[in-house]
Design a protein. Structure first.
Length: 220
């Protein structure tokens, strides 16, 4: 408790009151003098990622795409200016779903750039004002001007690229999924090592899958 109070610059009594409330609602557990997140939060997360029926449509198609390509396929949405993976399909049982719940900055991820390319300049600026352009590899975009140019290229070709911008040795190709009203539901991306992820092989399959998803959502 004292570590939490110090980190948040709050009085011990204030932190104790908050922790007691969280404990009473089974959101934290206490083991000795240490507090931990409660498993109940896992159920809240599951409810959040299944709250829209459209998400299940995407998950089903993402699974089929992963099987066809034998590559990892992830579906991400955006919350509070970052992209978060809510489904991660992979034929490797050891890796299946390992990225679920992971947050990414939007300027250096394929899913993030695919969604940013659908937004207005003002909304993109809001994201950059909040999170900046953190550099994670030597390939990470480091200026707004460069990002705007990349988003223009993304709109022109219809898909976004992440060429080792978030993680060395990892490439991803992503496309936005839009709702019937034109708003962005999320984005689908295929990721893997650069030597295996050719645009010629991935893009047609990804584009076909996104089209099928949007058509099924519109037909509901």
């Amino acid at each position: 408790m004292s570590e939490i109070a110090s980190e948040l610059d709050l009085a011990n009594s204030t932190v104790h009151a908050h922790l007691t409330t969280l404990r009473n609602h089974e959101l934290v557990v206490k083991e000795g003098n240490v507090f931990h997140l409660g498993i109940k939060l896992f159920h809240f997360g599951e409810q959040a990622r299944h709250r829209k029926p459209e998400y299940e449509i995407v998950r089903r198609h993402a699974h089929e795409l992963s099987n066809r390509l034998n590559e990892e396929v992830a579906f991400a949405i955006t919350e509070h200016g970052r992209s978060v993976i809510i489904f991660d399909e992979n034929n490797d049982p050891a890796k299946q779903g390992f990225q679920v719940g992971r947050y990414f900055h939007m300027h250096n991820s394929a899913s993030g750039k695919a969604m940013l390319a659908e937004w207005s300049r003002e909304r993109v600026d809001e994201v950059l004002d909040r999170w900046g352009l953190p550099q994670e590899t030597e390939n990470t975009i480091q200026s707004r001007a460069e990002l705007y140019e990349e988003l223009a290229r993304t709109r022109e070709r219809g898909y976004a690229l992440n060429d080792q911008e978030a993680l060395e040795g990892l490439m991803a190709i992503g496309m936005a999924i839009t709702n019937p009203d034109g708003s962005v539901l999320g984005s689908l991306d295929v990721s893997g090592p650069p030597y295996r992820l050719s645009e010629e092989r991935i893009v047609p399959e990804l584009r076909e899958t996104v089209t099928e998803i949007e058509h099924e959502i519109a037909s509901r």
